[in-house]
Design a protein around this ligand. Structure first.
Ligand code: MN
Length: 241
């Protein structure tokens, strides 16, 4: 049976979808989920719908095999929900997951240039950004993580990192809260754009050192809520109008 959830959490999940659309991370595709607060073996994710259209009534509960719990008969489900189930299984510390095709990040998944933190706002990239090569798991595919085995491989590539790229496809972002997952998704896209711009200037790039990344990440723990607050206000205002 589905377990009732605090409506405030559902609201945050709905808001997260719309913030990520507003900030250019999600378009008609991609998704954001939260681990179930009362049962760590389950997670919450919108039904198969463009993120800008997700409302509270569209949020579905899934087990970690990504089977829906008591879904309405007319609902269909994201082909790539296995990304979420397998990351929650592999990473007990993770409470929220974003999967996007965030455009400026794509070049770093298909070249030898690693995505690295250029400034303090993206210091969460400092622990490293691995790249998932789907060919190593399954040879020639349609590029989608559409079953548990592929989800497991992706989670293994992610390891303890906050972000992993998916070659020729997109990325995944994890965090301990929905606001932090959204923050990281937005600033991963911004860092990627800045890194492309910086590379065009030529010469070596002076990225954050690991120790700087570590220290700057502590600051983000406190300040990311300011970003979430303003993003959430704008979305709630949009939803009312
Ligand atoms: Mn995808």
């Amino acid at each position: 049976m589905a377990i009732p959830v605090d409506p405030a959490l559902i609201e945050d999940l709905v808001v997260a979808n719309r913030v990520l659309v507003n900030e250019g991370v999600l378009d008609a595709f991609g998704h954001v989920s939260a681990r179930h607060p009362k049962n760590p073996q389950r997670y919450l994710l919108g039904r198969n719908l463009a993120p800008a259209l997700v409302t509270a009534g569209d949020i579905v509960e899934y087990d970690l095999d990504s089977n829906p719990i008591e879904p309405p008969a007319n609902f269909t489900h994201f082909h790539e929900r296995f990304i979420h189930g397998e990351i929650y299984r592999a990473r007990p510390d993770v409470q929220a997951v974003v999967h996007s095709h965030s455009p400026n990040v794509i070049p770093f998944g298909v070249t030898e240039h690693p995505l690295r933190p250029l400034y303090h706002m993206s210091s969460f990239l400092a622990p490293g950004v691995p790249v998932f090569e789907i060919r190593e798991s399954a040879g020639m595919t349609n590029m989608l993580v559409s079953n548990n085995a592929l989800g497991k491989s992706l989670a293994k590539t992610l390891g303890p990192s906050n972000v992993a790229l998916m070659r020729g496809h997109g990325n995944v972002i994890v965090a301990k809260t929905i606001p932090m997952a959204v923050f990281r998704a937005v600033y991963t896209e911004v860092n990627a754009r800045l890194q492309l711009q910086t590379a065009s200037l030529g010469g070596p790039i002076n990225f954050l050192a690991d120790e700087e990344g570590e220290k700057a990440m502590q600051v983000l723990e406190n300040i990311h809520v300011r970003a979430w607050d303003i993003w959430k206000r704008s979305v709630l205002a949009q939803m009312k109008s």
